[in-house]
Ligand binder design. Sequence first.
Ligand code: ADP
Length: 161
Amino acid sequence: MTKVAIYPGTFDPVTHGHTEIIHRARSLFDRVIVAVAKSRGKAPVFTLEERVSLIERVLGDLPGVEVCGFNILLTDFSRQKNATIIVRGLRMVSDFEYEFQLASMNRHLAPDIETVFLTPAEHYSHLSSSLVREISGLGGDVSQFVHPVVVSALQEKSKWR
Ligand code: ADP
C-alpha cells in the first residue's frame, strides 16, 4: 500500500530546517505532499504563490514530492490527497505544546489520519522562518539558513518594505 504523507506549514519562507524534514519524510514514505497553508491570520510576507514557487525551486525535481497550496481544513485536504499521515517538525520543547494540541485536534477531526513528528539535525533546531525574516530584514546574512533563491527573494522583498 502506498504511504502518502502530508507536510503542512506556512513556509514563509522555506528554510533548510523545512527541507531537511521533507527529505527525512521522503525516506520514510512513498509520497510526500508539501502543503502550503494560505495562513491569512499569520499575514505572511510572501504570497501563497511565492511560497509554493520558492519550495519548488529549492527542492528541484525531487521524485515522490509534490508541492501545493491549500486554503481549507487540513484534514479535508489530506483526504482529498489520500494522505494518511501528517508530518510535523519538532524543534524544541517550546514547539511541543502547540504541536500536541494541533495533533490532538486533528485526531479528533480525522481519527484515521496519524500525525508523526520528525526532528531536524541539531544545527537547525533553532532555525525558524520568522527569525530568518527578521535577520534578513535588518540586513543580516541568512545564507547558511536558506537556499540562495530564498536569499534573493528576501532581499527583493525588503526593497519594497
Ligand atoms: P506553521 O505556521 O504551520 O507552524 P511553519 O512553516 O512555521 O508553519 O512550520 C511548518 C512545520 O515545520 C512545523 O511543524 C514546524 O515545527 C516545522 N519546522 C519549522 N522550522 C523547522 C526547523 N528548523 N526544523 C524542523 N522543523 C521545522
